[in-house]
Design a binder for this molecule. Structure first.
Ligand code: SF4
Length: 228
């Protein structure tokens, strides 16, 4: 345990206006493993293209029978920021790209509002194939698919993760609670600070939530800009 690194990290959070830290009950996530620099050891046996090739032919769950295209994720694999959503929707399933259509346009605007260019970051989902009728991912589907995302995280080694929506938060952090309880506080996943806000699709359905989402984004921005 590196106490100095922990102290520096807590100071940084304090500087960012963050007074509370929640550690995921995922066994692999613990603030006491934080090393202060690179939260994860680089896995040299992995590269994003070979992982993508493996994922594109995956048939580990029944979603492979109903999908049109696997939506692996895309963006800058050297980014400090990884955004994670829930699962592909209809347009993503047809095109093979993440966050397209109106939700994608809103995501781009949300990022722009906090001075982040979409092309600079990496975006992925918990599930790589679309659940029929956009139903919530089944536990077995998440269990089968999550290793792809975990390997993406291992390769990208982001300094921050921003989760869009409760489903993404519950399935990555393994904490069962409502979205409100995830908001405006940082979590840790494999020692990477994780922040949670509304899914852009939810904001399109309920525009009155945009005010809260803006507060979440500003909270995240304060931390993210302190890394620079
Ligand atoms: S959802 Fe994931 S585990 Fe299931 S078939 Fe698609 S890539 Fe494989």
């Amino acid at each position: 345990m590196d106490l100095k690194a922990i102290e520096e990290y807590l100071e940084l959070l304090k500087f960012s206006g963050i007074n509370e830290m929640v550690v995921s009950n995922n066994n692999e996530a613990s603030i006491f493993d934080y090393k202060g620099k690179s939260p994860l050891k680089k896995n040299h046996k992995l590269d994003i293209n070979s992982l993508k090739a493996e994922c594109l032919t995956c048939q580990k769950c029944k979603l492979s029978e109903t999908r049109n295209k696997v939506v692996f994720g895309e963006g800058n694999p050297k980014s400090d920021l990884l955004i994670i959503g829930e699962a592909p929707g209809r347009e993503e399933d047809l095109t093979g790209h993440v966050f397209v259509g109106k939700a994608g346009q809103l995501l781009t605007k949300m990022l722009k509002a906090i001075n982040i260019k979409r092309e600079d970051i990496y975006i992925a989902n918990i599930l790589k194939c679309r659940p029929p009728e956009n139903r919530n991912p089944a536990p077995k589907e998440v269990e089968n698919c999550l290793p792809f995302l975990e390997k993406q995280i291992e390769i990208i080694q982001p300094k921050a993760i921003l989760l869009f929506g409760r489903v993404a938060a519950v399935n990555l952090l393994k904490i069962e609670q409502n979205l409100g309880a995830f908001r405006l506080k940082p979590f840790l996943f494999k020692n990477i600070p994780v922040f949670v806000t509304y899914h852009p699709s939810a904001l399109l359905r309920n525009p009155s939530w945009k005010k809260n989402a803006w507060a979440d984004l500003q909270f995240f921005q304060k931390y993210y800009e302190s890394l620079r």
